[in-house]
Design a protein around this ligand. Structure first.
Ligand code: ATP
Length: 345
């Protein structure tokens, strides 16, 4: 088996606008493995869609190279750029863009018809994918007669019928309500893994990224911050941006000067809300005042103030104390230098 399905090498993208140049991607390097469900994650405007469109062949990078397996699909040096159909990619976007006048069956059959598949083969393939997506009873309906979730399944089905080499998805679930999104997320992961298709999935939602992804690439302002498994990003964030972006509620950051037991100057300490224990006053590491308590299901989010720094603690039992002490195990602390880069402890 080939070790790399997609290689993105030194990809840079500059958009020229009336107001000047926008550096949308700055020397991005990625290596995606065959069958991997790879997530491109980051806040709005960080370059996720641009990167996906570049991999698809819908947009050309300003510099760099892209390989699908051993095949070069883009190279600035060789002045080579393959069209999306030559790359054998299928895309699913946030807006489903189904053909309104066609039935679900016709929508799903469309890519195969274009490829001149025989009728019998088309039928077999459409039914197989429709069954996997549990939409086989909807094949004769038109898109207007479907719910949002069903429409999105059809769009995914249409992308998958011809079993593309690569599946590219840009926020495919963001039009769905929270519950449906969570359900579809699980189904989608099972489906993609069953089919074994290499998939790149763009989202700004870290929970989606953490639950879906084999690996995640986190971008900020066109710069890759960290690539790794969900656990690597959560337990070993490379900098304060990654540490703050991954995990809810966000990691707490404290300057070391305020914690007497820590002798290093100019560093930032990160502690996740789940790793802090609330104890009676003077029984922990620092004493703090409770400002606000949120109850979410069986959990409490306790907001405290400590010398003008806000700290959030997630706990399963809390009984309205005003003054508390906070404790956390040493090994749960993350250390960052003055530039926000991780210091290995
Ligand atoms: P979102 O999550 O909001 O969709 P994104 O992370 O997908 O954002 P992109 O759409 O890739 O971000 O945009 C990255 C940057 O490039 C932004 O600053 C954006 O304004 C800029 N940009 C994108 N497309 C163009 C374009 N055609 N012309 C000029 N600038 C563009």
């Amino acid at each position: 088996m080939k070790k790399t399905a997609i290689l993105v090498r030194n990809v840079k993208k500059i958009f020229s606008t009336a107001k000047g140049r926008v550096l949308a991607l700055d020397r991005i390097n990625l290596e995606i493995k065959p069958g991997e469900l790879f997530i491109i994650l980051g806040p709005s405007g960080c370059g996720k869609s641009t990167l996906l469109n570049i991999i698809a062949g819908l947009e050309e990078p300003t510099e760099g190279e892209i390989f699908f397996g051993d095949k070069v699909v883009f190279s600035d040096k060789k002045h080579l750029s393959l069209e999306p159909f030559e790359r054998d990619v299928a895309m699913v976007f946030q807006s489903y863009a189904l053909y309104p006048h066609m039935t679900v069956y016709q929508n799903m059959a469309f890519p195969l018809k274009n490829l001149k598949y025989k009728k019998k083969k088309i039928r077999e393939q459409v039914i197989k994918i429709a069954q996997m997506l549990r939409i086989e009873t909807l094949l004769e309906r038109k898109p207007a007669e479907l719910s949002g979730g069903q429409r999105q399944r059809v769009a995914i089905g249409r992308a998958l019928v011809r079993t593309p080499q690569v599946l590219l998805m840009d926020e495919p679930l963001s039009n769905l309500d929270a519950q449906l999104r969570a359900e579809m997320r699980v189904e989608l992961k099972v489906l993609i893994k069953d089919l074994g298709i290499t998939t790149i999935y763009v989202t700004h939602d870290q929970t989606e990224a953490m639950t879906l992804g084999d690996r995640i690439a986190l971008l900020k302002e066109g710069v890759l911050q960290q690539t790794g498994s969900p656990d690597e990003l959560f337990y070993c964030p490379k900098n304060t941006f990654v540490a703050g972006f991954i995990g809810t509620p966000s990691m707490n950051f404290l300057s070391a000067e305020i914690i007497k037991s820590i002798k290093k100057p100019n560093i930032t300490i990160g502690i996740r809300p789940q790793d802090i224990e609330i104890r009676p006053p003077n029984k922990g590491i620092i004493n703090a005042f409770v400002k606000l308590v949120e109850k979410i299901g069986d959990k409490y989010l306790v907001h405290v103030d400590y010398r003008k720094q806000k700290i959030i603690i997630e706990t399963s039992n809390f009984s309205k104390e005003k003054e508390v002490s906070l404790f956390w195990p040493k090994e749960k602390m993350h250390f960052f230098d003055k530039n926000g880069e991780r210091i290995e402890s």
